[in-house]
Design a protein. Structure first.
Lengths: 385, 190
């Protein structure tokens, strides 16, 4: 299970860990600001736009965690032998990114220094089936439990357990993540979000970002030059990524058309904010061009033959997914709900504050530290030694 | 909601509101609202329009609608937001709130805000401490034109019941969203 050699603190604090550690230290700025001035003075959010960068960070990181779990399960759960080589790394990264997401949401919830988040445990019962956040807390807790057992089973080569708990983690991940989609999709106050397709959209973006992150893992952990199996997996990951990009673009096109058609108040203005308003640079440049078009063109232009290009495409995709979540979260709130009564609509301004940015960096740092420490502590390669 | 002892209702006579903002000031004083956040619990929107080429401003007082089907209660993960059975007032138990702000996001009336001083989401309660003692909500007491009115809709002789009976037009905000709001907007002029 653990690596054979004894590991000192010095080994753990290698250069891979030092950079994320600095990232976590950067987040102290935001935390201290919140301690002295409170969340309201520290974050760029407002009463009109209460969900900002920290919710976006949480959403992006749990998207990645779910995607990593789903794609990694293809090997030891669904029997695609070629995917077995990345199973452990991907599952460990899924745990790491989930922790990064929890870090971000913790600082977004009210009164973090008074641990108000723990009230969710205190008042967990009776069940609140109508609350997407209650459902999300339930399913993400189960997901974390299952994925942890799956990881231990993979390390100890208990394949049957790995398959069972991999399947359970898969189901809990889909449930938790579609719940997150439900949180947006059932909102009657924000027509831009309202609709049944958000849970599907969220699962799809999870698959895309999970695939992209597995490309990262495989690019650094695999041996494409000497091992044909490794190269084949890289090509398959590239193809999967192209497929999921295509599906995301398909959703994006129809979501935009649906947002524009009928001039439905608030929904129309929110869509305009994306395509030609304050979010248009994010939408067109970061999401559409960087996130979808460029990687898609790069992948097809090189016919999935170049691991470097597939890796480059995966970096672009991860950036695109982050901005996809940014655009979703902000566009749903950018038009005030009271705009329904006015003839002219004005947009709410939102710019992440330094405190939010520092905690965003910290969340990435938390996920990276956990991953790199795990890489040092556990043997994450394929179990054929 | 059925079997309520009282069915508190709020009736806004739109053609009586002059936009003096005395209601907002009374609310601020009653609830000690911080400076620059005067519109936290209630507000009066000035809606500009052009009728036959002439500009016209309509004042629209807004406050919590104490919905009978409140989306804010539905989304609360801890049960901190709840609707009182006996009178239908939607309240927040501040000791149970985790500050996720899902209720703020879910409210189509922008009636909620996060109050960092109490570490919880807060909202208009139609001045529950006052109404429990037989007083009117602060905004109703101070309204010079009697545009804001409060009372028991189960009592046919209450002022609000009479206003609804005599109104030339009655509507509720964003009723199509299925929230069943308890604030009625009326006009009394023909």
């Amino acid at each position: 299970m653990l690596r054979g050699e004894s590991i000192s603190l010095g080994d753990l604090l290698n250069t891979k860990v030092i950079i994320p550690l600095i990232m976590v230290i950067i987040s102290f700025y935001g935390m201290i600001h919140v301690l002295f001035y409170g969340q309201e003075a520290s974050y760029g959010v407002s009463r009109d736009l209460p969900w900002g960068l920290l919710i976006i960070t949480y959403t992006t990181m749990v998207v990645s965690s779910t995607g990593l779990c789903l794609i990694s399960s293809m090997g030891h759960v669904w029997g695609f032998k070629n995917f077995e080589q990345i199973g452990k790394r991907a599952v460990w990264l899924a745990i790491s990114t989930l922790m990064g997401g929890f870090f971000a949401i913790f600082w977004d919830l009210g009164a973090p220094f008074n641990l108000h988040a723990l009230r969710l445990l205190l008042y967990y019962f009776p069940p609140k089936f109508s609350s997407p956040i209650w459902g999300m807390a339930t399913f993400y807790s189960l997901y974390l439990l299952f994925i942890a057992v799956e990881f231990v089973s993979l390390l100890t080569k208990k394949w049957k357990f790995a398959m069972i708990f991999g399947l359970l983690a898969f189901l809990a991940g889909v449930a938790a993540h579609s719940n997150l989609g439900w949180l947006y999709g059932t909102n009657i106050a924000r027509p831009e979000w309202r609709g049944p397709f958000f849970p599907i959209d969220f699962i799809l973006s999870a698959l895309l970002s999970g695939t992209a992150l597995i490309v990262w893992l495989h690019f650094f952990g695999g041996n494409m030059k000497k091992d044909e199996k490794s190269m084949r997996l890289m090509k398959n990951l590239g193809r999967l990524m192209a497929l999921f990009i295509g599906a995301m673009v398909f959703f994006e096109i129809w979501k935009t058309i649906s947002g524009l058609s009928g001039h439905i108040p608030i929904e129309y203005e929110s869509t305009i904010a994306l395509i030609s308003g304050p979010l248009s640079f994010n939408f067109w440049f970061f999401e559409i061009i960087i996130g979808y078009l460029l990687p898609f063109i790069l992948l097809f232009a090189t016919r999935f033959d170049s691991p470097k290009i597939i890796f480059l495409a995966s970096i672009l995709v991860v950036i695109g997914i982050f901005f996809n979540k940014y655009d979703i979260v902000i566009s749903g709130q950018i038009v005030p709900v009271l705009a329904a009564y006015y003839h002219h609509v004005s947009y709410i301004r939102y710019l992440p504050s330094l405190s939010e940015l520092s905690i965003f960096v910290g969340a990435l740092g938390v996920a990276s530290i956990i991953y790199f420490i795990g890489e040092k502590l556990f043997y994450l390669g394929e179990n054929n030694e | 909601m059925k079997n309520k002892e009282k069915r508190y209702g709020f009736v806004v006579v739109l053609d009586r509101c002059i936009g003096c903002m005395a209601c907002v000031a009374a609310c601020n004083t009653e609830w000690r609202i911080p400076m620059e956040k005067e519109d936290w619990r209630t507000n009066v929107l000035a809606i500009e329009d052009h009728i036959n080429g002439s500009p016209k401003v309509t004042y629209l007082p807004v406050l919590c609608n104490q919905c009978d089907n409140p989306p804010c209660v539905e989304v609360c993960p801890t049960g901190a937001s709840y609707k009182r059975e006996k009178d239908g007032i939607v309240l927040v138990d501040t000791d149970m709130c985790i500050g996720c702000k899902a209720c703020m996001i879910a409210c189509p009336y922008d009636a909620r805000y996060y109050n960092e001083a109490i570490g919880a989401v807060d909202k208009c309660t139609w001045c529950l401490p006052r109404t429990s003692n037989g007083l009117k909500p602060a905004c109703v007491s101070t309204c010079v034109g009697e545009a804001r009115n409060f009372g028991d809709l189960n009592d046919p002789d209450s002022k609000v019941s009479k206003l609804l009976r005599d109104a030339t037009k009655v509507w509720r905000l964003q009723e199509e969203k299925g929230t069943k709001p308890e604030v009625s907007y009326i006009t009394i002029n023909k």
